[in-house]
Each structure stands twice: as structure tokens, then as C-alpha cells.
Design a protein around this ligand. Structure first.
Ligand code: AMP
Length: 210
């Protein structure tokens, strides 16, 4: 299964990708997580990406294509992958297609902007392993501590309300047109966001025929 997850920032792509990864035994590739790790490590890619990520803008396509080219060449991707947050623009999708990166299905998680803004204000992200929680919908067992690795939970700098609004604008302008791109190729499936994580997972399973 080679799956692309589409949806606004905060739609739950990362959370659902994690669940599907475990179930299907294929890796999730999140360019957001890769960029945050690079920024933390202060690599060349991290330095290039920092100002874009922190202001809610998209990192230039050539940086993203370089990351994806390297990551998909790793052996764990041979049986499939889940792409979370990439492609994010038509040029990225077109370049990936031209490079022969296969996509079986693009799954769009549909959710309103108002719900996103409410949601992002409660999101907490592990500093160490990037796992996400929500203070109401998906709280960690111990407040402020990651269930998975014991790392400290923090509010991502780009989850601040003004930045979330900028990211939503970017999403509607640059990323939403990808729905047409994949629909034209007969690969688009959509699910409506559900009240709970497990209900959304069930809707995705049904749509994907899992
Ligand atoms: P995410 O964790 O997917 O919400 O990504 C966080 C930020 O990383 C985004 O707001 C962008 O600045 C950057 N980013 C992640 N993936 C991409 C991509 N495919 N293209 C451009 N920028 C990206």
C-alpha cells in the first residue's frame, strides 16, 4: 500500500498514519517530522527550513524533494509507505510522479477550519519522538509526559493561533488542489473527520477496504 494522506494541518493525519503504519506494517514518512528533527540537529536542511516552518509557510519544493528521494530509497519502504504531509503542492506531486514514486491512493481527511483552530490549541507534541497528544481528546497518561518515550510534551511553535491561520491559508491555496490532481488519476478517497480518533480510523478502514 502506497498511501498519501491529505488534509488540513491538524486534521489528524499524523495520528491516523501512526495507527495505519502499525496495522499495515509499513513506515510513515512525515516531512514535518523530518524537518523538525533537522532543525533540532542544526543540519543544513534544518537551517534552510527554519524560517519557513516557524512562520507557517511551505519549505521550497526542491528541499522537500531531496528529503523524499533519500528517505524512500531506504529498504523499509519496499513494501509500501504512508506519506504524511507530502506532497503539499502540485509541483511536488508532479515531480514525485515524474520520479516514479508510486501512489495507490490519496486519502483526504475532511474537517472545518473552526474545528482545526480549536484542536490545534490543545495539541501537545513530544520533544523527543514527535508523538502527538491532545489535552482533551487524546491526553497522555501523565500530564506533560510522552506515553511512548517519557519525553517532555511541548506546544509546537507553529501551533500558535496566528500561525495556524497562516497554515490553513497555505493549505487551501497550495495543498487542497492536490485533491483534483489525484481525483483526475482516479486515486482520491475522502473521509469526514469523526468525533473520536477510533471512529476516524474506522471510517478510513472502510474507505480503504481494510
Ligand atoms: P507538518 O508537521 O506536516 O504540519 O509540517 C510542519 C511544517 O513543515 C509546515 O508548516 C511546512 O512549513 C513544513 N513542511 C512539511 N512538509 C512540507 C512539504 N511537503 N512541503 C513544504 N513544506 C513542508
Amino acid at each position: 500500500m502506497r498511501l498519501v494522506l491529505l488534509g488540513a494541518p491538524g486534521a489528524g493525519k499524523g495520528t491516523q498514519a501512526e495507527i495505519l503504519s502499525r496495522e499495515l506494517n509499513i513506515p510513515t514518512i512525515s516531512t514535518g517530522n523530518i524537518l523538525r528533527a533537522a532543525m533540532k540537529a542544526g543540519t543544513e536542511v534544518g537551517l534552510k527550513a527554519k524560517s519557513y516552518v516557524e512562520s507557517g509557510k511551505l519549505v521550497p519544493d526542491e528541499v522537500i524533494i531531496g528529503i523524499i528521494r533519500e528517505r524512500l530509497a531506504e529498504p523499509d519502504c519496499v513494501n509500501g509507505y504512508i506519506l504524511d504531509g507530502v506532497p503539499r503542492t502540485i509541483p511536488q506531486a508532479q515531480t514525485m510522479e515524474d520520479m516514479g514514486i508510486g501512489v495507490d491512493c490519496a486519502l483526504s481527511i475532511e474537517i472545518s477550519d473552526e474545528e482545526i483552530i480549536h484542536r490545534m490549541s490543545g495539541r501537545r507534541t513530544c520533544k523527543e519522538c514527535s508523538q502527538t497528544f491532545h489535552i482533551e481528546n487524546n491526553p497522555p497518561k501523565v500530564e506533560g509526559i510522552c506515553d511512548a518515550c517519557g519525553g517532555e510534551l511541548t506546544i509546537r511553535a507553529d501551533d500558535a493561533p496566528e500561525t495556524v491561520r497562516a497554515r490553513l491559508e497555505t493549505y487551501h491555496r497550495e495543498t487542497e488542489p492536490l485533491k483534483d490532481f489525484y481525483a483526475q488519476r482516479g486515486k482520491l478517497r475522502s473521509v469526514d473527520n469523526q468525533p473520536t480518533i477510533s471512529d476516524t480510523t474506522a471510517a478510513i478502514r472502510k474507505t480503504l477496504g481494510l
